[in-house]
Design a protein around this ligand. Structure first.
Ligand SMILES: [Zn+2]
Length: 447
C-alpha cells in the first residue's frame, strides 16, 4: 500500500502565498499552504541539495540521469502533496450551517459550537443556541477559537526588489503571520504550525529540513519541514453511504472528458468494489489555472468544484475499509499530482486551537533556551533526533537520556532537569520535534 506521511511545517517567517493579483488591491495571501506550493518548496530544496534536473535550464551543473529520474518520481509523477493548514484552521464544508452571529473571539459564546451538518441529517433552519439565522460553510479556510489562537492572521510585508506593483502605488504584500500569538509580557510566543499529508513513499521526504514557502525571499517563507509515517486513522464507514468532503478544489470530468460537478460513479464503483450512485450534494464551481512546467506557460483556466464541496455516495453494500482508504489516498478527478482533488470522509469537526504559550504543555523556544544553556546544545540536538526516531519506530522509549554521564553536572540544576524530564516523558512527538528544531536554530545561530 502506498505510504502516507503526516507533514508538519513550522513557520520561521511570515508566509506570503500569492493569490492571483487584482489591479486595485494589495497583493493578497492565502491562509493555508496549497499542495502545489509545498511541492514547489520541496523541489527547490531538492535542487539546492543535488543540482538542476532540467538540462535546458542554463547556469547550473546538470545532474546525472539517475538523479533526474528521482526528481521526476518525487515531483512530476507519483507523489501527491496535500494542502497544509495552520493548526486551529479548517475548510468549512458547504453542508455545514453555523450561527450567523457567532463570535469566534469570545470563548463564552455558545453559538460558536452550535453546528448543523445537512449531510448528516441535521436540517434545522435556525441556530440551536440562539434561534437566530444560520449561514452555510463557504469552503474557505477559516480560523477558529481566535481568542486563543491570535486574532490577526494577516500582516504586511514590504515588497522586495523586482516586486513592484502595476500602478506603482502598492508597497506591501499581505502575509500570514508566523506566530499563533505575539510575544506577551513574558516574551513567549509560539510559531505557527501547519499540518497536512503527502501520499507516496520516498525516504528523502521523511527527512527534516529547512524549506522556503512561496519562494526564497529575505523577509518571508522560511520554515522547518518534518514528516513521519501517518498513523492508522480508519475512515468512518456507514453501511450504505459514504460522505466525501473536498479539502481542495477538484477538476471533475465525465467519460468524454467534459467538465462536470459530480465524481465519476463508474470509477468510484471500481475503486470501492460496490455499486456507487451520488445522492445529495453541496457543490460550488470555480475556475482554476496553473503553470505548465515544461513549456513555462500558464495553463488555460479549467472548471473545478471548490474546496468544501460535499458528495453523499449511496452504496449498495458496505465497502472494504482498505478500499475506502485507497480512495482517500487516490483523491478525485484530474491533476491530483498538482494538489487538486484531496478528500476526507465522514463528518467535519471544528479544529482544536493551538496550545497557548505559557501553558505547561507548550513546547518550543523557552525549552530550547534551557537545553542550549546547559552547554550541551549540539549533543542534545543529536540525541533528541535519535529519541524521536525511536518514538516513531515502536514503543516510546523511557527517558534514558537522563542517565547519560555527559549530563551529570547539568542535571544538578532543577530547571534543566525538570525541562528535559518533561520533554522526554510528556511531550508529544510533534512538541519534541519543535523543541529540537528550536535547539538546532540556536546551535546554528550561535556558531
Ligand atoms: Zn446562534
Amino acid at each position: 500500500m502506498t505510504e502516507v506521511l503526516d507533514v508538519t511545517v513550522v513557520a520561521r517567517q511570515a508566509f506570503a502565498i500569492g493569490v492571483r493579483p487584482t489591479a486595485d488591491a494589495p497583493i493578497q495571501t492565502r491562509l493555508h499552504v496549497p499542495g502545489s506550493v509545498l511541492r514547489g518548496a520541496l523541489a527547490a530544496a531538492w535542487i539546492n541539495e543535488y543540482g538542476e534536473p532540467d538540462p535546458l535550464r542554463p547556469g547550473r551543473a546538470v545532474i546525472p540521469p539517475g538523479r533526474r529520474a528521482e526528481f521526476e518520481e518525487l515531483f512530476e509523477r507519483k507523489v501527491r502533496f496535500g494542502p497544509l493548514l495552520a493548526v486551529g484552521s479548517s475548510v468549512v464544508p458547504l453542508s455545514v450551517k453555523r450561527c450567523k452571529y457567532a463570535d469566534e473571539g469570545d470563548l463564552d459564546d455558545p453559538c460558536r459550537t452550535a453546528l448543523q451538518d445537512e449531510a448528516f441529517g441535521q436540517t434545522g433552519r435556525t441556530c440551536p443556541s440562539c434561534d437566530g439565522p444560520t449561514v452555510h460553510g463557504r469552503g474557505e479556510v477559516e480560523f477558529f477559537d481566535t481568542a486563543r489562537a491570535g486574532r490577526a492572521e494577516k500582516t504586511r510585508l514590504a515588497l522586495t526588489d523586482g516586486e513592484t506593483s502595476a500602478d506603482g502605488m502598492l508597497y506591501t504584500r499581505q502575509a500570514l503571520r508566523p506566530f499563533d500569538r505575539e510575544p506577551g509580557r513574558d516574551g513567549k510566543r509560539t510559531w505557527r504550525s501547519f499540518t497536512g499529508q503527502i501520499v507516496g513513499s520516498n525516504s528523502w521526504l521523511g527527512e527534516t529540513r529547512r524549506i522556503h514557502i512561496g519562494g526564497r525571499r529575505s523577509t518571508s517563507g522560511a520554515a522547518d519541514y518534518s514528516a513521519r509515517p501517518a498513523g492508522n486513522r480508519p475512515a468512518p464507514i456507514e453501511d450504505d453511504r459514504l460522505v466525501l468532503r473536498l479539502t481542495t478544489p477538484a477538476i471533475l470530468v465525465d467519460r468524454a472528458g467534459r467538465p462536470v460537478d459530480v465524481p465519476d460513479t463508474t470509477l468510484l464503483s471500481e475503486q470501492l468494489g460496490v455499486k456507487v450512485t451520488v445522492g445529495r450534494r453541496w457543490v460550488r464551481t470555480t475556475t482554476v489555472g496553473g503553470w505548465h512546467a515544461a513549456s513555462n506557460l500558464p495553463k488555460p483556466d479549467e472548471l473545478a468544484v471548490t474546496a468544501g464541496s460535499v458528495f453523499e455516495l449511496l452504496l449498495d453494500d458496505r465497502p472494504d475499509p482498505d478500499a475506502v482508504e485507497g480512495l482517500l489516498r487516490h483523491g478525485l478527478g484530474l491533476r491530483r499530482g498538482e494538489g487538486f482533488g484531496w478528500i476526507q470522509a465522514g463528518p467535519w469537526h471544528r479544529p482544536a486551537a493551538p496550545t497557548p504559550p505559557g501553558d505547561d504543555e507548550s513546547a518550543g523556544e523557552s525549552d530550547a533556551t534551557v537545553l542550549f544553556a546547559s552547554g550541551h546544545g549540539k549533543w542534545l540536538m543529536r540525541e533528541l533526533g535519535r529519541f524521536l526516531d525511536q518514538c516513531r519506530g515502536e514503543d516510546r522509549p523511557g527517558p534514558y537520556l537522563l542517565g547519560r554521564p555527559i549530563l551529570e553536572e547539568a542535571l544538578q540544576y532543577s530547571t534543566f532537569r525538570e525541562t528535559l524530564h518533561r520533554i522526554l516523558t510528556r511531550y508529544t512527538v510533534q512538541q519534541i520535534t519543535q523543541v529540537r528544531q528550536e535547539l538546532e536554530n540556536k546551535v546554528r545561530d550561535n556558531g
